[in-house]
Design a protein around this ligand. Structure first.
Ligand SMILES: NC(=O)c1ccc[n+]([C@@H]2O[C@H](COP(=O)([O-])OP(=O)(O)OC[C@H]3O[C@@H](n4cnc5c(N)ncnc54)[C@H](O)[C@@H]3O)[C@@H](O)[C@H]2O)c1
Length: 181
């Protein structure tokens, strides 16, 4: 059986991913690593089989815990984040801790054990688009949507931390040692 770790797996999108994996991939065991912040809810994992899903309540920035979990894992899918933009304007510290240090901690451990790593980012690193009504093609015209060639244009600490270059460099390094990532 393959073993994967889903960080932030008790959150909105991560928990839906865990349900999807359990339903469609019977040969996969999921360990959810989640700090259960105000955004996480154990109830999101209710009804999942105990022999297929294990919840570890912990922090992605806890290097010792991350190292221990990753030793015996085949892949990491990283959803855990401080994800509420407005909170980052009031107090960016938790965003630095989770989105930067936590992500870096995971990537370092993935490199150490040569583990496949999937990073979930956000389109918000590209900044804002005008409202569809204000665009000549109502959002469907050439250049009216973000593409992966769109230059980064963040305007809040949340967005900046999701696009930081150190993490992108580490991702590239992982890709170099394991092109299947
Ligand atoms: N929801 C959206 O519309 C949206 C859009 C684009 C991208 N994203 C990205 O997708 C990912 C998941 O988004 P979401 O909406 O499910 O977020 P969410 O806020 O619902 O869930 C985040 C989860 O991460 C956990 N968490 C937070 N800090 C942690 C830490 N230090 N260690 C371990 N767990 C921690 C929380 O407890 C929570 O369960 C995020 O990276 C987010 O930026 C979300």
């Amino acid at each position: 059986m393959k073993k994967i770790i889903v960080t932030g797996g008790a959150g909105f999108i991560g928990s839906n991913f865990v349900h999807y994996v359990v339903k469609h991939h019977p040969n996969v065991h999921v360990t959810v690593l989640d700090k259960l912040t105000y955004a996480g809810n154990e109830a999101n994992l209710a009804g999942l089989p105990k022999d297929r899903v294990k919840l570890v309540v912990g922090d992605v920035a806890d290097a010792e815990l991350v190292d221990q979990l990753l030793k015996t894992t085949d892949a990491v899918v990283h959803y855990a984040a401080e994800s509420h933009n407005d909170h980052s304007l009031r107090d960016p510290y938790p965003f630095v801790q989770t989105n930067l240090i936590g992500t870096y901690t995971l990537i370092k451990a993935c490199r150490k054990y040569n583990i496949r790593y999937h990073h979930v980012s956000t389109d918000e690193v590209y900044g804002d688009l005008p409202l569809r009504e204000e665009l000549p093609g109502h959002g469907e015209g050439a250049g009216e949507k973000f593409t992966d060639q769109t230059p980064y244009n963040p305007s809040s600490p949340y967005w900046i931390l999701r696009m930081n270059r150190a993490i992108r460099a580490e991702c590239r390094a992982i890709y170099c040692i394991n092109p299947s990532v």
